[in-house]
Design a protein around this ligand. Sequence first.
Ligand code: SF4
Ligand code: SF4
Length: 165
Amino acid sequence: MPAKPPSIFDLMNEEETAISEEEERKKRRKELIEPTGVKELFKEGKISINKFTCVGGQCKLCITACPTNALYWGTGEVGIIEDLCVYCGACVVSCMVDDCIKVERIGDDGKTERFSKIGDVIKIGERKNTKKRFDRVKSNAVILRRAPKEPKQKRKKVVANLEPL
Ligand code: SF4
Ligand code: SF4
């Protein structure tokens, strides 16, 4: 006999369960991250470490660099506590092996950033700084365009004041 398709109530229940699990996860993360004093700048993300390229025991630089203690030395390899990771990229910057640590994160603007080596992190930083500078210049240009012109009479007065006595 073919399996009965799920009813609308089953689907609604599934959705509700998924939402409450997600809320629970966010709450747990908040409770863990808040005491570290590190701000969460990305709403979502993931991190992975390639245990075959990691030099592990002789290095552990990523563990030292992590501001939230999301990384630890486990049984012969670097372990990750995903709930503590804020996807900052400090571990990627400190890792001496390219593409060993991979981070993917989604910012408030909904854009996804992926990086796995120091060069990627620098490029992302430069792109963001360029955008900030561009936005600043654009908003200054708008202010200048909107600035009211000085009346001619007032300008004459200013010139008169500057004339030598
Ligand atoms: S991205 Fe790396 S350094 Fe940053 S919080 Fe996550 S594990 Fe720690
Ligand atoms: S910094 Fe890179 S190579 Fe060193 S332990 Fe961490 S993941 Fe491994």
